[in-house]
Design a protein around this ligand. Structure first.
Ligand code: TYD
Length: 137
């Protein structure tokens, strides 16, 4: 989880996120998700190339991340000045959206459907092969 600088005064709040300073990549793309029902599960994919920053700029949601080796963790996105950084090759699922949730996503890459891994078994295989490759030296 990352916490961003918050400049507040009597006029309200202003949160600053700068590429390569507050997050470890240059932003090429932003998109945002809203109007998802609370029982909706989004994401359910991993990316070969893209890194992401996710911030609930309004409302709340949860993100479950899985590393493909049996470890998983759940993060609550519930403050507009905190976000989660997701490196490449992490399986992610976004769920538990509040009705006012606006989930802002920033990415290091332009959209390319070919770098999305949408089958969990394929993701596990890629991670396993990567591990074997690294362990072989
Ligand atoms: P999808 O990846 O299923 O959304 P989520 O990860 O939130 O569940 O994307 C929904 C649709 O939008 C799908 O047809 C692909 C398209 N899309 C783009 O064209 N560009 C983008 O940057 C993104 C994120 C999705």
């Amino acid at each position: 989880m990352l916490e961003f600088e918050q400049k507040g005064d009597e006029r309200g709040h202003l949160v600053i996120v700068e590429s390569r300073k507050d997050i470890p990549f240059d932003i090429k793309r932003i998109f945002y998700i809203y109007g998802s029902a609370s029982d909706t599960v989004r994401g359910q994919h991993a990316n070969k190339k893209s890194e992401f920053l996710l911030i609930n700029v309004a409302g709340t949601s949860k993100v479950k991340v899985r590393d493909g080796k049996g470890n998983e963790a759940v993060f609550c996105l519930n403050r507009p000045h905190t976000g989660i950084y997701l490196p490449r090759l992490v399986w992610k699922e976004m769920y538990d959206f509040s009705s006012d949730s606006v989930l802002l996503c920033a990415s290091s890459e332009y959209y390319d459907p070919n770098e999305y891994i949408r089958e969990y078994d394929e993701f596990v295989n890629i991670i396993r092969n990567l591990e074997e490759y690294v362990n072989r030296g």
